[in-house]
Design a binder for this molecule. Structure first.
Ligand SMILES: NC(=O)c1ccc[n+]([C@@H]2O[C@H](COP(=O)([O-])OP(=O)(O)OC[C@H]3O[C@@H](n4cnc5c(N)ncnc54)[C@H](OP(=O)(O)O)[C@@H]3O)[C@@H](O)[C@H]2O)c1
Length: 284
């Protein structure tokens, strides 16, 4: 198996995961090349092929995506272009230069009608456009190159992120009341832990499909309760149902993941609560 024997090229480094991976790879002593969105549109096959040929990248990390789940439902063509077509373009270009393709996917490839804790061997069956296009992206990667690593994660949060978990500390400081749904479960994952595990997998030469999440399957309410306690604002928090917030895209009821392959290989990630505490300490 080929290990990291050259620079890592990151596309999507302006996003939450891409930015974190850039910092962690540099801290790990690995040279990094970054193409910001303004310099490279990953949906432009010609531009991607030309850009990669100018590098000696050993690894190409795709941290781009259209992550706005309701936005994907409203604009499925754009979602398909970014989440499904672009990963195939990137994987083919990685193959051309002999680089390993790293692609990131989501728990939303699963329907979430069950008890959750989906493993890599479970059958995907997405229920919204985001999940469908991300699953198509996984397949495009596997079909377009031979050396690939696909990492599925869930409920990603960290400094600089724009999603609900990232915004919770500020919300509890500023709002009078905060209602959070208690009937959708996930595996919230700290971007730092995901980044370090991706680097570990690359160092070890691992290939194929991996689930990488902090351990557990809390509801959004349970996540919010930890944040509320930390910010001393527990009295502001109350429970809600997802049925009270009609959204464009259907959400899986329980899309939590289990790190089946990592556990087999004796690689452990800390629990979601421990990781969330570590994140909250960086916010105060
Ligand atoms: N966030 C989550 O909760 C979550 C959960 C499970 C899995 N994931 C997966 O984890 C990965 C990273 O997510 P993230 O939260 O870090 O995403 P993010 O913060 O939304 O970052 C995505 C990046 O992709 C860039 N991008 C979009 N279209 C592009 C294009 N055509 N060409 C070049 N760049 C483009 C965006 O640029 P602009 O900012 O300019 O648009 C942004 O910098 C994604 O594959 C996502 O599906 C995320």
């Amino acid at each position: 198996m080929r290990r990291m024997d050259g620079p890592c090229l990151i596309v999507g480094a302006g996003g939450l995961l891409g930015g974190s991976l850039q910092k962690r790879l540099i801290a790990h002593g690995n040279p990094v090349i970054v193409y910001p969105r303004a310099a490279l549109d990953v949906t432009d096959a010609e531009a991607v092929r030309a850009a990669l040929k100018q590098t000696n990248a050993a690894v190409l990390i795709n941290a781009t995506a259209m992550t706005d789940v309701d936005g994907c439902e409203r604009d499925p063509a754009q979602a398909a272009l970014i989440n499904a077509t672009a990963p195939g373009i990137l994987a083919a270009a990685a193959q051309d230069i002999g680089a390993v393709m790293v692609h990131v996917s989501t728990d939303y490839v699963f329907p979430g009608r069950t008890e959750g804790f989906y493993e890599e061997s479970d059958q995907p069956d997405p229920i919204n456009v985001y999940g469908k296009t991300k699953l198509d992206g996984e397949r495009a990667v596997a079909e377009s190159c031979t050396e690939w690593l696909i990492v599925r994660t869930s409920g990603l949060y960290g400094r600089g992120g724009k999603n609900f978990i990232c915004k919770m500390p500020e919300l509890f400081r500023n709002a009078a009341t905060v209602r959070v749904i208690d009937d959708l479960n996930l595996s919230p994952t700290y971007v730092l832990d995901l980044s370090d595990t991706i680097i570990k997998l690359l160092d070890r030469g691992n290939r194929g499909l991996y689930h990488v999440v902090n351990e557990g399957q809390p509801s959004w309410y349970e996540v919010a309760r930890v944040v509320a306690r930390f910010t001393g604002a527990e009295s502001k928090l109350s429970r809600a149902s997802h049925r009270e917030f009609p959204l464009a895209a259907k959400r899986p009821v329980n899309s939590s993941l289990i790190n089946g392959r990592l556990l087999e290989e004796s690689v452990w990630l800390r629990s979601w609560k421990e990781a969330l505490h570590a994140y909250l300490l960086t916010c105060s």
